[in-house]
Design a protein. Sequence first.
Length: 215
Amino acid sequence: MIKYEITFKNIKLFKINLNMNYIIGLGNPEDKYVGTRHNVGREIVSTFAKKFKFPDFTFEKKYNALISEGKIEKEKVMLILPETFMNKSGSALKKIITSNKKAEKMTVVYDDLDLGLGTVKINFNRGDGGHRGLLSVIKAVKTKSFPRLRIGTSPKTSAGKIKKPQGEEKVIQHVLGKFNKKEAEEYQKVTKKAVNSLEKIVTEGYLKAMNSCNS
């Protein structure tokens, strides 16, 4: 009887993991980084959690991450906020994303200097684009084959041309800086689109969400 109960529990656990959607918000965990451009991924996932009334995030020591689990319609979702600094984000996922199938159900949300503020894009199976947090994730899960929600943070000219910061010092100053008043207003619109895109990824799949978001 004991052996049967253990086997049954293991099967049930496997099914839950197989059907789970994972959404990871990249950023830095300390309060001084709240509101910085480098934390937009983390903050958008937090906004997503509030919109869909997920339970409060709790710290899981074995993952070194804040975790919240809930449902959207019939889809199970695990929200993950790594409690590492950005460049080591992947270490929080090693014990969670343990197969390529799980990676395909994982969406990583992060700031992207290759896109101007106001732009949100969904991509699949891309490189890290120079983003060290994303690079850490790719190395940890050992695949690039997962959706990512890219949130543009570079300034733009009045004509809409991207003015990407150049040089390591300027890049650091930019990503660790906060939005000015005008940018913050634009970012509020971005947040709404990003949250809606995440919902669509979960309920309809990343391909349909990509077509809607990127058009």
